[in-house]
Design a protein around this ligand. Structure first.
Ligand SMILES: C[S@@+](CC[C@H](N)C(=O)[O-])C[C@H]1O[C@@H](n2cnc3c(N)ncnc32)[C@H](O)[C@@H]1O
Length: 132
């Protein structure tokens, strides 16, 4: 079996993959504007607003779905964040996108770090399967 690493903008590079060729996606995408990504245009972590972020995630998820084999898996690590004093429930909103696009929810994993130096970060991994 041959393994290839595609480096670059996932929103673009995923188009180079064959349809129905992904068996497993594991990713920790940017959590909205939680980090400073130095204004890189293509960075999913640079957004005008929250809906802009969700649009990018949906665009990527649509392509992931098309490229995923029937019954393939996706494991999506994310977390609620606070931006400009407002809290955003990213795991709940992205979960809606999975279901809308045709993924089936299998499992959630909630990680609460022992050492809460990351401002009480609670990470959620949502594991879904594609059904076509
Ligand atoms: C939450 S971090 C995850 C970091 C990763 N788990 C690691 O250990 O290096 C999100 C990462 O996604 C990258 N990223 C953002 N937009 C991207 C895009 N369009 N294509 C590829 N990577 C992107 C960011 O630069 C950042 O490194």
């Amino acid at each position: 079996m041959k393994h290839i690493i595609y480096k670059g903008n996932s929103l673009e590079r995923i188009k180079e993959l064959e349809d129905n060729s992904i068996h497993l996606t594991i990713t920790s995408p940017p959590y909205f504007n939680a980090k400073d990504y130095h204004k890189e245009d293509v960075n999913i972590g640079n957004n005008i607003n929250y809906l802009d972020y969700l649009d990018k995630i949906e665009t990527l998820l649509k392509d992931i779905y098309i490229k995923t084999v029937e019954g393939g898996y996706i494991c999506w690590n994310t977390s609620p964040v606070i931006d400009n004093g407002k809290r955003y429930g990213i795991p709940f909103d992205t979960h809606q996108l999975f279901i809308k696009l045709g993924f089936e929810f299998l499992e959630d994993i909630v990680r609460v770090p022992d050492n809460r130096t990351e401002k009480g970060l609670v990470a959620f991994a949502s594991i879904c399967s594609s059904c076509k």
